[in-house]
Design a protein around this ligand. Structure first.
Ligand SMILES: [Zn+2]
Length: 227
């Protein structure tokens, strides 16, 4: 039976033991796998798929991080503060209602989904020709925001809106490492061309919070340090 640790437990120093071969070592000396909600460590000497899973570490929630800020390294704390500031920017500038969008001329409207870096922050910029229609803070793999935005744009511009086209430079940030997210974005663009899309229920109540769980934060942190 694998040990289960919370993120701020002593999982880095606890010695784990393989019930099959007797190997002993720390979580990080084992064979570590990283997933959406957790990471796990399996015996590094037993061979796959018969290598026992020795321990699981759950990623923390925001509240758990707030309660354990002193346990973060200086670098983690600074990245956490930056992300929190970015969340506040999001709350201030995200598009919530179609009435916030400007009126546009033309029978067929194609909008461009672009990205801009301003200081430490990345922004999604929606353009019509040279005109900026909307700007809001972006986050890594923000493709779930794409359909929510499409719904609001369609509500404003109706059948005149024929496409929202991501620029080459914005695809990486919009879809990240996930191939499925490219299909997600293209699927929504195709629906938009056919007819007025019937959005997912959650897209109606925009916006979604960009980092509701700490695991999203850790993922973004990881990508932050890769930059
Ligand atoms: Zn083993």
């Amino acid at each position: 039976m694998a040990r289960h640790f919370d993120y701020f437990d002593d999982w880095k120093t606890e010695i784990l033991e393989c019930p099959k071969c007797g190997w002993k070592g720390t979580f990080e000396e084992g064979d570590v796998g990283y997933y959406e909600q957790l990471m796990d460590s399996s015996c590094p000497t037993c061979s796959y798929p018969n290598d026992p899973m020795l321990a699981i570490v759950s990623y923390p929630t925001h509240d758990e991080v707030e309660a354990n800020l002193d346990k973060l390294s200086v670098r983690e704390r600074s990245a956490y503060r930056q992300r929190k500031r970015h969340e506040q920017l999001w709350e201030t500038y995200c598009l919530r209602r179609p009435e916030q969008l400007p009126d546009l001329e033309g029978d067929e409207i194609t909008l461009i989904w672009d990205m801009e870096d301003v200081g430490d922050d990345s922004w999604t910029v929606i353009r019509h020709g040279d005109r900026v229609v909307w700007r809001e803070p972006a986050w890594y793999e923000c493709y779930p925001r794409f359909d929510a935005m499409l719904y609001l744009l369609k509500r404003k511009y109706g059948r005149r809106l024929v496409d929202v086209e991501p620029t080459c430079g914005s695809w990486g940030w919009l879809c990240g490492d996930r191939l499925a997210s490219i299909r997600w974005v293209d699927g929504w663009r195709a629906k938009l061309r056919e007819t007025t899309p019937e959005p997912e229920p959650e897209a109606r109540s925009a916006p979604r919070r960009p980092w509701s769980r700490m695991n999203d934060f850790l993922r973004s942190l990881w990508h932050f340090f890769q930059r």
